[in-house]
Design a protein around this ligand. Structure first.
Ligand code: 13P
Length: 248
Protein backbone atom coordinates (compact mmCIF):
# COMPACT_ATOMS: atom_id res chain seq x y z
CA UNK A 1 0.00 0.00 0.00
CA UNK A 2 1.37 3.48 -0.82
CA UNK A 3 2.14 5.51 2.27
CA UNK A 4 -0.01 8.60 2.81
CA UNK A 5 1.69 11.52 4.55
CA UNK A 6 -0.66 14.35 5.50
CA UNK A 7 0.16 17.63 7.20
CA UNK A 8 -2.40 19.26 9.47
CA UNK A 9 -1.66 22.94 9.89
CA UNK A 10 -4.45 23.36 12.49
CA UNK A 11 -5.11 27.08 13.21
CA UNK A 12 -1.81 28.21 11.74
CA UNK A 13 -1.18 30.04 8.51
CA UNK A 14 -2.07 33.22 6.68
CA UNK A 15 -1.22 34.48 3.22
CA UNK A 16 2.32 35.08 4.50
CA UNK A 17 2.73 31.29 4.63
CA UNK A 18 1.74 30.52 1.05
CA UNK A 19 5.42 30.41 0.17
CA UNK A 20 5.93 27.61 2.71
CA UNK A 21 2.98 25.68 1.29
CA UNK A 22 4.57 26.09 -2.11
CA UNK A 23 7.89 24.81 -0.75
CA UNK A 24 6.17 21.75 0.75
CA UNK A 25 4.31 21.03 -2.49
CA UNK A 26 7.49 21.38 -4.47
CA UNK A 27 9.43 19.08 -2.11
CA UNK A 28 6.63 16.49 -2.29
CA UNK A 29 7.10 16.16 -6.06
CA UNK A 30 10.41 14.39 -5.47
CA UNK A 31 8.77 11.56 -3.51
CA UNK A 32 6.94 9.79 -6.27
CA UNK A 33 6.16 6.61 -4.34
CA UNK A 34 4.36 8.50 -1.55
CA UNK A 35 0.93 10.16 -1.52
CA UNK A 36 0.96 13.45 0.35
CA UNK A 37 -1.37 16.30 1.20
CA UNK A 38 -1.64 19.36 3.39
CA UNK A 39 -4.76 20.27 5.38
CA UNK A 40 -4.67 24.03 5.79
CA UNK A 41 -7.06 26.55 7.37
CA UNK A 42 -10.18 26.96 5.21
CA UNK A 43 -9.21 30.56 4.50
CA UNK A 44 -6.06 29.43 2.68
CA UNK A 45 -7.45 26.58 0.57
CA UNK A 46 -8.40 28.57 -2.49
CA UNK A 47 -5.17 30.56 -2.65
CA UNK A 48 -3.00 27.53 -1.92
CA UNK A 49 -4.67 25.53 -4.70
CA UNK A 50 -4.29 28.38 -7.18
CA UNK A 51 -0.66 28.82 -6.28
CA UNK A 52 0.55 25.23 -6.29
CA UNK A 53 -1.41 23.36 -8.92
CA UNK A 54 -1.40 19.61 -8.58
CA UNK A 55 -0.51 19.05 -4.89
CA UNK A 56 -3.45 17.89 -2.73
CA UNK A 57 -4.85 20.51 -0.38
CA UNK A 58 -7.46 19.66 2.23
CA UNK A 59 -9.63 21.11 4.97
CA UNK A 60 -9.58 20.19 8.65
CA UNK A 61 -13.29 19.75 9.31
CA UNK A 62 -16.62 20.10 7.52
CA UNK A 63 -20.24 20.47 8.50
CA UNK A 64 -22.46 17.41 8.03
CA UNK A 65 -25.05 19.39 6.02
CA UNK A 66 -24.58 21.10 2.70
CA UNK A 67 -25.96 24.55 3.59
CA UNK A 68 -28.14 26.45 6.02
CA UNK A 69 -28.19 28.61 9.11
CA UNK A 70 -24.95 27.41 10.73
CA UNK A 71 -22.96 30.54 11.44
CA UNK A 72 -19.24 30.09 11.07
CA UNK A 73 -19.40 26.57 9.64
CA UNK A 74 -18.03 25.35 6.32
CA UNK A 75 -19.65 22.54 4.34
CA UNK A 76 -17.79 19.78 2.52
CA UNK A 77 -19.15 21.13 -0.74
CA UNK A 78 -17.64 24.53 0.09
CA UNK A 79 -14.26 22.93 0.77
CA UNK A 80 -14.46 21.17 -2.59
CA UNK A 81 -15.55 24.39 -4.26
CA UNK A 82 -12.44 26.09 -2.87
CA UNK A 83 -10.31 23.33 -4.41
CA UNK A 84 -9.85 20.92 -1.49
CA UNK A 85 -9.70 17.22 -2.36
CA UNK A 86 -9.81 15.89 1.18
CA UNK A 87 -10.75 16.81 4.71
CA UNK A 88 -9.99 15.65 8.22
CA UNK A 89 -13.05 14.85 10.37
CA UNK A 90 -13.24 13.99 14.05
CA UNK A 91 -9.87 15.34 15.14
CA UNK A 92 -9.57 15.00 18.91
CA UNK A 93 -9.15 18.77 19.22
CA UNK A 94 -12.65 19.10 17.78
CA UNK A 95 -14.06 16.12 19.66
CA UNK A 96 -12.95 17.89 22.85
CA UNK A 97 -13.36 21.60 22.21
CA UNK A 98 -16.45 21.38 19.96
CA UNK A 99 -17.95 18.38 21.75
CA UNK A 100 -18.22 16.41 18.52
CA UNK A 101 -19.47 12.89 19.01
CA UNK A 102 -19.05 9.78 16.86
CA UNK A 103 -22.47 10.26 15.25
CA UNK A 104 -21.52 13.80 14.14
CA UNK A 105 -18.22 12.54 12.78
CA UNK A 106 -19.87 9.72 10.86
CA UNK A 107 -22.26 12.25 9.29
CA UNK A 108 -19.34 14.54 8.45
CA UNK A 109 -17.48 11.69 6.75
CA UNK A 110 -20.58 10.93 4.69
CA UNK A 111 -20.91 14.62 3.80
CA UNK A 112 -17.28 14.67 2.68
CA UNK A 113 -17.89 11.60 0.51
CA UNK A 114 -21.03 13.11 -1.00
CA UNK A 115 -18.99 16.19 -1.91
CA UNK A 116 -16.36 14.04 -3.60
CA UNK A 117 -13.72 14.54 -0.91
CA UNK A 118 -11.42 11.97 0.63
CA UNK A 119 -12.02 11.84 4.41
CA UNK A 120 -9.50 11.22 7.17
CA UNK A 121 -11.48 9.99 10.17
CA UNK A 122 -9.58 10.45 13.44
CA UNK A 123 -9.78 8.27 16.54
CA UNK A 124 -7.66 8.14 19.67
CA UNK A 125 -7.71 7.69 23.42
CA UNK A 126 -6.82 10.13 26.22
CA UNK A 127 -3.96 9.51 28.62
CA UNK A 128 -6.41 8.63 31.35
CA UNK A 129 -8.08 6.05 29.11
CA UNK A 130 -4.72 4.51 28.17
CA UNK A 131 -3.49 4.39 31.75
CA UNK A 132 -6.66 2.70 32.89
CA UNK A 133 -6.28 0.00 30.21
CA UNK A 134 -9.24 1.18 28.12
CA UNK A 135 -7.38 2.40 25.02
CA UNK A 136 -8.38 -0.48 22.71
CA UNK A 137 -12.02 -0.43 23.81
CA UNK A 138 -12.31 3.34 23.45
CA UNK A 139 -10.69 3.50 20.02
CA UNK A 140 -12.60 0.54 18.58
CA UNK A 141 -15.86 2.00 19.84
CA UNK A 142 -15.02 5.38 18.25
CA UNK A 143 -14.06 3.61 15.03
CA UNK A 144 -17.24 1.54 14.86
CA UNK A 145 -19.51 4.53 15.36
CA UNK A 146 -17.53 7.14 13.39
CA UNK A 147 -17.22 5.17 10.15
CA UNK A 148 -20.21 5.08 7.85
CA UNK A 149 -21.34 1.77 6.33
CA UNK A 150 -20.13 3.08 2.98
CA UNK A 151 -16.54 3.44 4.23
CA UNK A 152 -15.09 0.84 1.87
CA UNK A 153 -14.13 1.97 -1.59
CA UNK A 154 -10.95 3.94 -1.16
CA UNK A 155 -12.43 7.33 -0.32
CA UNK A 156 -11.58 7.27 3.36
CA UNK A 157 -8.70 6.55 5.70
CA UNK A 158 -8.45 6.28 9.47
CA UNK A 159 -5.99 8.24 11.61
CA UNK A 160 -5.07 6.83 15.01
CA UNK A 161 -3.96 9.78 17.11
CA UNK A 162 -3.48 9.10 20.81
CA UNK A 163 -4.54 12.40 22.39
CA UNK A 164 -1.63 12.36 24.83
CA UNK A 165 0.88 12.15 21.97
CA UNK A 166 -0.45 15.18 20.09
CA UNK A 167 1.83 18.20 20.31
CA UNK A 168 3.59 16.80 23.37
CA UNK A 169 6.73 15.31 21.84
CA UNK A 170 5.66 12.06 23.47
CA UNK A 171 5.26 9.34 20.83
CA UNK A 172 3.33 6.15 21.43
CA UNK A 173 5.67 3.16 21.81
CA UNK A 174 6.08 0.89 18.78
CA UNK A 175 4.36 -2.04 20.50
CA UNK A 176 1.37 0.11 21.44
CA UNK A 177 1.12 1.56 17.93
CA UNK A 178 1.33 -1.88 16.33
CA UNK A 179 -1.22 -3.32 18.72
CA UNK A 180 -3.68 -0.49 18.07
CA UNK A 181 -3.19 -0.44 14.29
CA UNK A 182 -3.57 -4.22 14.22
CA UNK A 183 -6.81 -4.00 16.17
CA UNK A 184 -8.10 -1.27 13.85
CA UNK A 185 -7.15 -3.37 10.81
CA UNK A 186 -9.00 -6.41 12.19
CA UNK A 187 -12.08 -4.32 12.90
CA UNK A 188 -12.01 -2.87 9.38
CA UNK A 189 -11.57 -6.32 7.81
CA UNK A 190 -14.35 -7.75 9.93
CA UNK A 191 -16.77 -5.00 8.96
CA UNK A 192 -15.80 -4.36 5.33
CA UNK A 193 -14.25 -7.67 4.28
CA UNK A 194 -11.39 -7.55 1.77
CA UNK A 195 -11.99 -3.83 1.20
CA UNK A 196 -11.27 -3.21 4.87
CA UNK A 197 -7.70 -4.32 4.21
CA UNK A 198 -7.32 -1.54 1.66
CA UNK A 199 -8.29 1.28 4.04
CA UNK A 200 -5.14 3.13 5.05
CA UNK A 201 -4.48 3.63 8.77
CA UNK A 202 -2.34 6.68 9.58
CA UNK A 203 -0.54 7.32 12.85
CA UNK A 204 -0.56 10.84 14.31
CA UNK A 205 1.05 12.32 17.42
CA UNK A 206 4.48 13.96 17.52
CA UNK A 207 5.65 12.28 14.32
CA UNK A 208 8.77 14.00 12.99
CA UNK A 209 11.80 13.49 10.79
CA UNK A 210 13.57 11.57 13.51
CA UNK A 211 10.93 9.02 14.44
CA UNK A 212 9.03 8.70 11.15
CA UNK A 213 11.10 5.85 9.70
CA UNK A 214 10.50 3.69 12.77
CA UNK A 215 6.79 4.48 13.02
CA UNK A 216 6.08 4.09 9.31
CA UNK A 217 7.81 0.71 9.23
CA UNK A 218 5.38 -0.77 11.78
CA UNK A 219 2.73 -3.24 10.67
CA UNK A 220 -0.45 -1.55 9.46
CA UNK A 221 1.00 1.97 9.71
CA UNK A 222 0.14 3.19 6.24
CA UNK A 223 1.08 6.81 6.72
CA UNK A 224 1.15 9.73 9.11
CA UNK A 225 -0.96 12.71 10.12
CA UNK A 226 1.50 15.36 11.15
CA UNK A 227 0.91 18.60 13.04
CA UNK A 228 3.93 20.61 14.18
CA UNK A 229 6.41 18.99 11.83
CA UNK A 230 4.26 19.84 8.80
CA UNK A 231 4.54 23.59 9.28
CA UNK A 232 7.74 23.90 7.28
CA UNK A 233 9.17 22.10 4.28
CA UNK A 234 12.42 21.62 6.21
CA UNK A 235 10.61 19.55 8.85
CA UNK A 236 8.08 17.85 6.59
CA UNK A 237 10.43 16.68 3.88
CA UNK A 238 12.37 14.17 6.06
CA UNK A 239 9.05 12.45 6.83
CA UNK A 240 8.29 12.18 3.11
CA UNK A 241 11.81 10.84 2.58
CA UNK A 242 11.33 8.20 5.29
CA UNK A 243 8.06 7.09 3.68
CA UNK A 244 9.67 6.98 0.25
CA UNK A 245 12.58 4.87 1.51
CA UNK A 246 10.11 2.34 2.92
CA UNK A 247 8.26 2.15 -0.38
CA UNK A 248 11.29 0.86 -2.24
P1 13P B 1 1.58 16.87 16.28
O1 13P B 1 2.28 16.22 15.11
O2 13P B 1 1.91 18.31 16.43
O3 13P B 1 1.73 16.08 17.53
O4 13P B 1 0.01 16.85 15.92
C1 13P B 1 -0.56 15.67 15.51
C2 13P B 1 -1.94 15.97 15.04
O5 13P B 1 -2.80 16.30 15.82
C3 13P B 1 -2.20 15.87 13.61
O6 13P B 1 -3.56 15.93 13.33
Amino acid sequence: MRKFIVGNWKMNGTSRDLKEIEAIASAAQDYVSVDSALCVPATLIDRAVRQIGSFSIGGQDCHMLTEGAFTGCVSAEMLGDAGAVLTIVGHSERRTAQHECDIDICAKAEAAHAAGLHAIVCVGETLNERESGKALDVVLKQLGASLPDTAAGNWLCVAYEPVWAIGTGRVAGPDDVEEMHGAIRSALAQRFGEEGNAIRILYGGSMNGENAAQLLALDNVDGGLIGGASLSAAKFEPILAAAEALSK
